[in-house]
Each structure stands twice: as C-alpha cells, then as structure tokens.
Design a protein around this ligand. Structure first.
Ligand code: UGB
Length: 437
C-alpha cells in the first residue's frame, strides 16, 4: 500500500505543474507516458487487490450481512471418486435399513441425527454449505466426527438444484432428513435475506428435486416451536393457530409448513414437519443462549437475561438433543412412502406435523443458576427487558400427538442435559485449548 502511495505521490497534481519541468519537452512527454503507464499498472494491481479482498476475506463480523455472499461460493463436486464416496456413504448396511440424505449435516441436530442413523446401519449422506453464521471450525469438527463413522458430507447449498439432481441420480434415497436452515430468532432482523434464501427458496429447491425423483423420497424436516408466535394458551398443541409469528424466522418456518402442504397436495410427497423446542446439548449452536452464557460466565463477562414486563418470567421448553434425535428417527421410521412418480401425483400422501418438546418449561434465570452450579462460577447477571425483536415470553409443548404416533418420550431434564453439555464444552474448548467463538 505504502509503495503504491509513493508511486502516486510521484505524479504531479496538475499537468501545468508538469510542464514547468526543466528537462526538454520530448523527454517530458516520455516521462509523462511512462508515468501514466505506471499509474495505470498500479491502479490495476490496486483494484485487483481490492477485488480479491472483497471476495476472499472472511467477514470481520461473525454474522455476515449479505446472504448472497453464501450463494456466490462455488463448491467442487462431481467426478468418479466423488460419486464413489457418495454411494459408499449412502449404502444401507442393515436389513430393512433406509438410505437418507441429511441436509445441514454439519449442523447441531444434523450431526447427531446422521451419527445415530449410521450407528444403526442406515445409509447416510450429508449435505452442508458450511456457512459462517457461526464459527465454521465447529462445523468442521462435527464433519470430522461424522467422517470417522463413515458419513460423507457433500459441500454444497440446497439452492443448487443441479447438485441435488446429481445426488438423486447417484443414490435412490428413500428418505430426506431436511435440517439445513437459517436458524436463530434475533438474527432475522440483521439479515432477513438469509432466512428467505435458506428457509424458503432452499426448501422449494429441495422439494422440486424430490418431487421429480424416481422414486420420490419421504421427507422429514425441521419446523420450529416459534410458529406458535404470540399465542398465550399453553401448552402449545399442533391444533392451535400459527398465524401470529413474532419473528421473520418463525414466519419462514410457518411458510415452510404451507409449502409442505402444497407439495404434498400437488405431487404426493410424504412430508413430516417437526416443531423443535429450543434444542440444546453437546456440539450445540454457539448463537444460542445456554451456549454463549456458558462461554461468558467462564470469561467473567456479564450475561443479558431477558425479563418480561412487570418482572414477568421468560421461560423455554428446553429439549435435550438425544430426545430430539429419537423423535427424528421415529418420524423417519413411521413415514409412509410418497405416492407420486416422475413429478405426478398418484394418490393422497402422508402430511404430518409434530411438536418435539420436553413439556417442562424452565425460566431462563433457572437455566443460569444451573450453569453457575455446574461451572462453579457466579454469573454476572444483567437483567434486561425482553426485546421486541422476535422473542416470545415462553414456550411449552403438548407432546401427546408425538407420544401416540411416534412413541416419543423425552427423558432428559435440563439439569442432566446441561451437565452433559458443560462436560463436552470444557473438553472441546479447554481440552483442545481453543477459544469459544
Ligand atoms: O424453539 C425454536 O424453534 C427456536 O429455539 C431457539 O430459539 P430460542 O428459544 O429463542 O433460543 P435462545 O436464543 O437460545 O434463547 C433461549 C432463551 O434465552 C433468552 N435469552 C436469549 C438471549 C439473551 O441474550 N438473553 C436471554 O435471556 C431468550 O429470551 C429465550 O427465552 C433457537 O435458537 C431457534 O433457532 C429455534 O429453533
């Protein structure tokens, strides 16, 4: 940079000043031409550097502002060796096993579900775009974990229809576990486009390819407890209204449920939406409160704890990851086949929605007390008004439908689940001497 500046400094500021040189006119012209050439040359270099910096550098902000940056990324896929890996990962190794494409496989729930399916002998192929919504090194660590158990994660975006079509050409997936999404309720105000890109456009892109696949797979996908929005009747039942979302995140998940209805109705796709309630546990998401509270309590930083009007309690039906995994597997196992083929519906197909919660909401302040005991550190509590940017005051799942039809029975209370999370957290970050991002 300073070198370029010195070249720029060599150029006189006005041509008039230039003519005042003592050297003869011709010599001056030659000097002028060579200086112009140098200026042009360095300008190109400078521009080139700016462009390289723009496209290559990771954002200094951990949460990128421009969702389209993600779709600008190109991924390498294809070729005989790649296809061999895809086939081998998706190969069913148990009697009556299923072959599942897991989108968002390097994500929190995706990693746990992929590992569980692989353990019981199902074929599993992962797909993930490894975006930098939160520390991608955590996603890479999850990928390494899955690789050791024989799950290959294809690097790509669900909006890449050509890639999705290729995957279905190589493997006749019986099921899709669709967990790729832009998560987080508060971040939706910062980067609304990323929610539309992943949760709406991405879902449609995936369903388009599924509807044309032959055979069509059955699809189980992640909806959210946030679809209950501003409802006040508790516990939340699947029969309750879901037309008052409090965040764009919730609105895109609600839209997903309507889109699922459409693809089920027109093309005979078998679709099951799972409304997850604040899932937590080892290998979790650093953008979630229990995770960054742990990091900040350990650092001695104060943590913002939300409180509703008139000191009202804010509570969540925190649900442990192992319970969620059981619910996901049960949803896959009870999913009926899609009925269409070649993009045409042949008959009515299954369309389901289930709450997967814990049925025992815990105030956020109690969550902090449990963390204090487990970490043996007092938290610096900064009590704040619940922001009006997507948060709802409480969630509480009625799980009787999932209990009846999926045999879903959560068995981990928050104290037990957080103990397992803290053990993982300390060994992952302190064992490896990493700093939590
Ligand atoms: O069930 C879902 O469908 C969603 O669950 C999760 O959302 P939430 O339940 O909002 O989780 P999370 O942010 O961990 O806040 C937990 C609690 O801490 C409170 N909270 C939060 C932040 C803070 O700074 N202070 C605070 O008190 C906050 O008010 C809340 O009461 C997923 O992130 C989301 O992707 C989606 O899957």
């Amino acid at each position: 940079m300073s070198k370029q500046m010195s070249h720029l400094d060599d150029i006189p500021s006005t041509p008039g000043k230039f003519k005042m040189e003592k050297s003869p006119f011709v010599h001056n012209r030659l000097r002028w031409h060579s200086s112009l050439a140098k200026l042009t040359f360095w300008s190109f270099i400078f521009l080139g550097l700016i462009l390289i910096f723009f496209f290559r550098s990771p954002s200094s902000n951990p949460l990128p502002q421009d969702p389209s940056r993600r779709s600008l990324r190109t991924y390498n896929w294809g070729g005989p060796a790649w296809e061999k890996r895809v086939r081998s990962s998706a190969r069913v190794r148990s009697h009556n096993g299923i072959s599942v494409l897991v989108t968002g496989a390097a994500g929190f729930v995706g990693t746990h579900v992929s590992a569980a399916l692989k353990r019981r002998g199902d074929g599993v192929l992962g797909l993930d775009n490894f975006n930098d919504y939160y520390d991608p090194s955590l996603k890479r660590a999850r990928q390494a974990l899955l690789e050791r158990s024989g799950v290959f994660i294809v690097e790509g975006d669900i909006n890449d229809s050509a890639l999705l079509r290729k995957l279905f050409e190589v493997v006749a997936f019986t099921h899709v576990m669709h967990l790729a999404a832009q998560a987080g309720v508060r971040y939706a105000m910062e980067n609304p486009g990323s929610y539309v890109h992943s949760n709406i456009a991405g879902l449609v892109s995936l369903l388009e390819v599924c509807k044309s696949a032959n055979p069509q797979p059955a699809i189980v996908w992640a909806s959210s407890s946030s679809v209950y929005g501003l409802n006040t009747k508790v516990p939340f039942s699947e029969k309750d209204r879901t037309d008052q979302p409090a965040s764009l995140y919730a609105a895109t998940k609600k839209a997903g449920e309507e889109i699922a209805h459409t693809y089920n109705h027109i093309y005979g796709l078998s679709l099951t939406g799972l409304r997850f309630f604040t899932v937590y546990g080892p290998w979790g998401r650093p953008d979630m409160a229990y995770f960054f509270f742990t990091r900040d309590i350990l650092k001695g930083k104060s943590i913002p704890i939300f409180e509703a009007a008139n000191h009202g309690t804010v509570a969540r039906d925190f649900t442990y990851i192992d319970d969620i995994v059981k619910g996901c597997l049960a949803a896959l196992d009870t999913a009926e086949k899609s009925t269409g083929s070649g993009g045409k519906k042949k008959g009515p197909a299954q369309l389901r929605v289930y709450n997967l919660g814990n049925t025992s909401p815990v105030p956020v302040s109690d969550l902090v007390s449990i963390l204090e005991r487990l970490l043996k550190v007092n938290a610096k509590r900064d009590i704040m008004k619940l922001p009006r940017n997507g948060d709802v005051q409480f969630t509480h799942a009625n799980i009787s439908l999932a209990q009846r039809e999926l045999g879903y029975k959560p068995s981990t209370d928050l104290q037990t689940g957080l103990k397992k999370f803290v053990r993982w957290y300390l060994s992952y970050y302190n064992g490896g001497k990493k700093a939590a991002g």
